[in-house]
Design a protein around this ligand. Sequence first.
Ligand SMILES: Nc1ccn([C@@H]2O[C@H](COP(=O)(O)OP(=O)(O)OP(=O)(O)O)[C@@H](O)[C@H]2O)c(=O)n1
Ligand SMILES: C[C@](O)(CO)[C@H](O)COP(=O)(O)O
Length: 243
Amino acid sequence: MDFDTLMPPSPHVPRCFALLPCAGSGSRAGTAQPKQYQPLAGRPLVRHTLAAFAQVGRIARVLVVVAPGDEALAAHDDSFLIAPCGGATRAESVFNGLAALQALGAAAHDWVLVHDAARCLVTPAQIDALIDACLPDTVGGLLALPLADTLKCADAAGRVAATLDRTGKWLAQTPQMFRLGALQAALAAHADMGFAGITDEASAMEAAGHRPLLVRGSAQNFKVTYPEDFALAEAVLQSRERL
Ligand SMILES: Nc1ccn([C@@H]2O[C@H](COP(=O)(O)OP(=O)(O)OP(=O)(O)O)[C@@H](O)[C@H]2O)c(=O)n1
Ligand SMILES: C[C@](O)(CO)[C@H](O)COP(=O)(O)O
């Protein structure tokens, strides 16, 4: 099945697709298997991420980019598609995923929401807020959080070299929402250099001269990165169940 059968393309009504990079090794998490497949509150972590996107009616389709050979780990069902085209870096996985979306029928003017599989606490309301903010915009944008702590710069010995002005500084989160064609072109410009310095979609768009919109996210939308993050994520999920 391709996307055109699902929802015909129209130059007037761009569709929204979600692309989940899920091909990382999760080395900082210290788990035996990649963190996105670790059990969390009874199911693989990435399943919580997918559940949030499944509740957003404006997302036409979700594509999960996994490492070649990991298709079974992502345990496929009909609510999402899998592309086993993960790359050596997150940016490469996203770049390959955009090509897979295009091959399935997504158009250059369609929107793509790129979201870390490892940010499993994102909520449908946060995704909707990003879509609401970006749909009327020409560029697109990202969820992000203004810095809430004092910002230090370290020297090589692990001592404070300076306290930096945090005014106007935000922490980038995901989803990050851009037009497929514009994002593809922005990333393509860095492919020859192995996507060096491109740590998120917005940084590629910025390098291409765009100024993405900052949409306030939530501290709960953190990326599971370190061993202690699993217990925190589980506690948040359990607290939501009690609501
Ligand atoms: N080559 C890569 C690297 C990362 N990711 C994905 O990008 C998201 C954010 O990556 P992050 O968690 O920061 O990186 P990991 O490589 O998974 O972890 P680490 O840096 O600790 O090894 C994750 O959902 C991860 O699976 C990916 O698809 N392809
Ligand atoms: C994209 C991202 O989640 C924005 O904060 C983040 O940069 C991904 O983590 P990484 O460690 O840079 O891969």
